[in-house]
Design a protein around this ligand. Structure first.
Ligand SMILES: *Cc1c(COP(=O)(O)O)cnc(C)c1O
Length: 428
């Protein structure tokens, strides 16, 4: 937290009228629980490190892929506990490159890749763009692939399983790798929420053949845009590098192209930002974990709220999002009413969710109209219950966390009165 933020909290905090959970809800004209002049942490975070690295790059003259990107790749591989890191332009491209190396191709009898139904579009679109068929499987209370449903979805066309570590909560990699071994499938990770997350002490990306990461601006590690593949397999890393770099291969002449590649290289500007951001990440992750524990304690007893299920085998958690579910009947008001009421109390809780299971997105209705879907957990998350806080709120102080808990308690206390805030027509 910045000095400015701390000072503002003190200044306004002293003058603010003391308000509590029993006061009239702010959405209905009462006093907001948190003074809106006290700022929440902002994202992205930057400072002298970023400025110096960027200026040195600018003046150094080499602006494209070079020493900074290479150094970042080395450090990021090490940070995730993998042997190799291949950077590329976005997380989406990282997934597409992995699918190409996996051997997904356009043509009859497309390879099937099992993906969660509740995720960002790119997990599935990367499979489809390379010619494969994403097979949508439901998630469980971890918000990650349900291994039992994965087993049911396997057939003779299945080639791979592509779990998402939702919000940084690592999917059950023991079970998914076991299922893959039994059926001779490949596992690759959509690790685009999970910088630094670990399963039994090992980093994501290094838990399977390879993992795709995103460095887009709202991600925990960012260069505005950017992506990477982390893997322990040298051959896989070389194949990915070739595609990212115009189909060139190691040590071959510059204008020699054995593979069908693209150009998805990062620039040194991005390398400069990523090196600086990576230095910040361990302390930020520790802060998020500490604050998430405070929220877990404060929110776990509230009737009608269910936190995303953890697992002791997740030994480090990026907390890209702080996720929970709202059950309208048990909580007393709908998700939309909850969010509007929290916002009125001064909590910048996001109104942006994955609004549909991915198979209901227009493009997949068009591409795969025949696919039957039984993903009740994903549908409930998308349509009714999923809510989350963005990771930068978890960079706040413990007092900020207490404010969040008090705001949620206040909204819970008044929930039946707040139900009318949900002026949106229900789903038909
Ligand atoms: C952000 C994200 C991606 C894509 O990353 P981009 O860098 O934005 O292309 C893929 N999958 C998931 C789950 C994501 O959250």
């Amino acid at each position: 937290m910045s000095l400015r933020q701390r000072t503002l909290r003190k200044f306004y905090g002293l003058r603010a009228p003391q308000t509590g959970v029993h006061d009239e809800p702010a959405a209905l004209g009462g006093p907001a629980l948190r003074d809106k002049r006290i700022p929440w942490p902002k994202w992205p975070v930057h400072g002298t490190k970023e400025r110096i690295e960027l200026m040195r790059t600018l003046e150094g003259g080499n602006w494209w892929y070079g020493a900074r990107v290479a150094k970042f790749e080395e450090r990021y591989a090490e940070f995730q506990g993998g042997k190799y890191c291949v950077t590329c332009s976005t997380g989406t491209i990282a997934l597409e490159v992995m699918m190409q190396v996996l051997g997904v191709r356009h043509g009859p009898n497309p390879a099937e890749v099992i993906v969660p139904a509740f995720t960002f579009i790119a997990t599935a679109s990367a499979v489809a763009r390379m010619g494969g068929k994403p097979v949508f499987v439901d998630v469980d209370d971890s918000w990650c692939l349900d291994p039992e449903r994965v087993k049911e979805a396997i057939n003779e066309h299945t080639k791979a399983i592509l779990p998402v570590h939702f919000a940084g909560r690592v999917a059950d990699m023991d079970q998914l790798n076991q299922i893959a071994r039994e059926h001779d499938l490949t596992v690759m990770e959509d690790a685009c929420h999970s910088w630094g997350s670990q399963w039994k002490g090992k980093g994501t990306g290094a838990l399977s053949t390879g993992g795709a990461f995103s460095f887009q601006m709202f991600k925990n590690l960012t260069a505005a845009e950017g992506g990477a593949i982390v893997t322990d397999d040298e051959g896989f890393a070389d194949a990915c590098r070739s595609i990212v770099n115009c189909g060139r291969t190691k040590d071959a002449p510059w204008y020699h192209h054995p593979e069908l590649g693209s150009n998805a290289r990062l620039t040194e500007m991005q390398g400069a930002l990523l090196l600086a951001q990576l230095e910040r990440l361990p302390a930020q992750t520790a802060r998020r974990e500490e604050n998430a524990r405070i929220l877990d304690q404060g929110l776990s007893g509230i009737e009608g709220l269910t936190l995303q299920a953890g697992d002791p085998r997740v030994t480090r958690h990026s907390h890209h999002l702080y996720c929970f579910k709202i059950d309208e009947a048990a909580f007393g008001c709908s998700r939309l009413a909850f969010i509007k009421a929290c916002q009125a109390e001064g909590l910048p809780i996001s109104e942006m969710y994955y609004p549909e299971p991915v198979y209901n997105q227009p493009i997949f209705k068009q591409l795969q109209p025949e696919q039957p879907h039984a993903c009740p957990v994903s549908e409930d998350l998308a349509w009714r219950s999923a809510a989350w806080l963005n990771h930068w709120l978890l960079l706040g102080t413990s007092e900020d966390m207490q404010d969040i808990i008090q705001i949620v308690r206040k909204v819970k206390h008044h929930a039946p009165k707040l139900a009318s805030l949900d002026c949106k027509a229900g789903r038909e």
